[in-house]
Ligand binder design. Sequence first.
Ligand SMILES: Nc1nc2c(ncn2[C@@H]2O[C@H](COP(=O)(O)OP(=O)(O)OP(=O)(O)O)[C@@H](O)[C@H]2O)c(=O)[nH]1
Ligand SMILES: [Mg+2]
Length: 333
Amino acid sequence: MVEQRRTIKKKDGHRVPPDAKDLAAPPEIPRSARDKLKKMGVVALVGRPNAGKSTLLNRILGQKVSIVSPKPQTTRNRIVGILNEPRGQIAFLDTPGIHKPLHRLNVRMMDHVRSSLAEADVVALIVDATELFGKGDEYAIELLRDVVKGKRIAILNKIDLLKKHKLLPLIQRYSETGLFDDIVPISASNGDGVQELIDLLFKTIAPGEPIYPREDFTTQPERFFAAEIVREKVLQHTADELPYTTAVSVDRWEEDEEKNLIKIYATIFVERESQKPIVIGKRADMVKRIGTEARVELESILGARVFLDLHVAVHERWREDERFLGELEWPLS
Ligand SMILES: Nc1nc2c(ncn2[C@@H]2O[C@H](COP(=O)(O)OP(=O)(O)OP(=O)(O)O)[C@@H](O)[C@H]2O)c(=O)[nH]1
Ligand SMILES: [Mg+2]
């Protein structure tokens, strides 16, 4: 019987359960001594949909933990990514984009945002610097004003796309809110400013023991990640309302250690019968393409050969179905 909650396989084969417990806060220590101690902190990555939170997490860790797509509302859960360095450990919480919820799914997504804001030592608001400042940004700032206890940092992302003269006014605007301890311009795509950001975060967090095993880079179970990778390929290849109305569940997971083979049976759910042919495609072209791309990526991340069986099914109004939503999340809970 395969342990279904196992986290994504490490290169050395080490795997751990996802439920590390918080430790008590460290006692007060003089600053000079404090700077020499190892650090531990929880950093929440929050912001509007599509700002680049998941891209930044993957960039910081140097490996893919969270799926990315050009469509808003890609991330639907809280994804924990762990950075281990000789100077300490930072647990990053990647979260869904801040938005006004219309369905039960979206209410749950915003619950993940709020709980992450409440738990973090540092909240990093990721902003798409190429977008005009608007109501959605005000909403995000107000949310941070209300909920956050720890430090706040504004990260202005996508500067690779930005004309230089547009950056200063944006820095000014975030500075005027009086809310942020630091404002950091970066490009999550090409890595500009990311090392400086990591250095700043290590300076900002307090001394403490790691709360996760040092060899780990995520708490995310393989089974959940496999479903996410399939969903990412659906998001990347479909348009219009499909990305919002698609869910993926892994129904069966079988491992043959001798053959180093993992068999994954998954279902792609859509909301209406009319959406099925879009995901399946002409002569099943689309679902084959989704399957091949997901398999290739999973093979490289799981370090095993993968057989991926995809099935497409209709589940009407699944975004309102609490039981189904809970089932989608169970490997994370
Ligand atoms: N040019 C450029 N594109 C970026 C950068 N960061 C992210 N992107 C792109 O922006 C899009 C959204 O990126 P994600 O990382 O999925 O954004 P997110 O904030 O996690 O989005 P949600 O999960 O939907 O809230 C993708 O197409 C990324 O490739 C960047 O620094 N520069
Ligand atoms: Mg995301």
